[in-house]
Design a protein around this ligand. Sequence first.
Ligand SMILES: Cc1ncc(COP(=O)(O)O)c(C=O)c1O
Length: 462
Amino acid sequence: MSPNNLEPLDNILQAIGWTPLVRLNRIARGIRTPVYVKAENLNPGGSVKDRIGVEIIEDAERKGALKAGGTVVEATSGNTGVGLALACAIKGYRCVFTIPDKMSTEKVRLLRALGAEVIVVPTAVAPDHPEYYINKARAIVASTPGAVMADQHYNPANPEAHYRTTGPEIWEQTKGRVTHFVCSPGTGGTISGAGRYLKEKSAEVRVIAGDPVGSIYTEYARTHQKGEGFPYKVEGIGGDKIPTSLHFDVIDEWAFVSDAEAFQIARRLTREEGLFTGGSTGVNVKVALDVARKVDDPEAMVVTILCDTGERYLSKLYDDNWMRENQLLESERVTASTLLSGRRGDLPPLVSLAPGASVRQALNLMGTYNVSQIPVVEAKECVGSLSEGPLMARALADAKILDQPVSDVMQPPFPVIEKGAPLDRVTALLSRETPAALVREDGTFVGIVTRHDVLRHVAGIK
Ligand SMILES: Cc1ncc(COP(=O)(O)O)c(C=O)c1O
């Protein structure tokens, strides 16, 4: 029995937290490192966000920003809205939420059932657009007297809630044996707060972040550049701007997970472990299993989070038709990886050159392997590209360039996609100007796909 259930409670908010920590069994078969999941889906509002709803409201009360008759406004992917709506219901505040239209209808209905006003806004708008869900929420606060913005992306009370509760619970429930904490940031509150607490308890604890393919976080962690994201289907995690609730210094490693991998793992978790959750949990568990496999140590212990209940996704990842329409069913999916496997058997996985190689070597290589484009790679990054047509034309016009390094003549680098990227993403990326894209897996280039590969696949040519 969890400690907070030993006594009767004054209200439902007291039932938040002290969620069970459960071992994964069948899905982790063959992996020697134990993997445990913290069942945040069993909070009263069905998600990890119950913890921050009450914390943010009580913080605003303490600071005098929220008073009787006040309104709580938030931009939310759903779950924070539920956490806030629960706290508002008990404490008697009005609440208004803006929610992107990719979120499931179950979430919108649930928020309305809890008494919230919900404004659905488009998902596919840039972060500086007035209809972007965070900007829209700020505009509502500005025009409503007595309103406060919960502001989970920028409110220090969010990571603080997890530093005070989620982190200590994991430490106590594992009796200090946790060695790896895996979590996928949305606002970053959970990983930043719980991760910091665990690292303070033991400097040995490694914190690993999962990130949906399409989010800009991983690239930002690597380069400190805000790149361009693109839409993905997993809800609640990843992002297209950098929130201050996400503390990059707490995170040791990042791992990309595709929508398809996330949803397939979530479906298996339900069927094989009886853990009924959503796509963001699928990302967490995929990364946790990968980490556990790599660590390969029965004395280590990987802990991750079950973010929310699967009931919120019955019309999505638990609906075969929806999965099929979105090309997410395993047997029917075409990805960059499928295109790679359809390539000529006589080719090495990746023909590439260093920037110091000569133009002569480049043309030789193109001739030897009969390829018309080659990436220029240095220190695991693509720094440029060479295409046979323009290169040949320049060499014919001026033979002297044959002995120059390719760095003098190379064109812009090819774009990079993850191995699990779906066919439509690959197709959207390739054009006359961008004839090829590099395919990456776990931070390493594993191949190249070209417009010819896509065409061969679409035309059914073997
Ligand atoms: C379903 C779901 N999973 C995970 C998260 C991520 O948690 P955090 O915002 O603490 O990083 C969220 C956040 O909105 C969420 O809604």
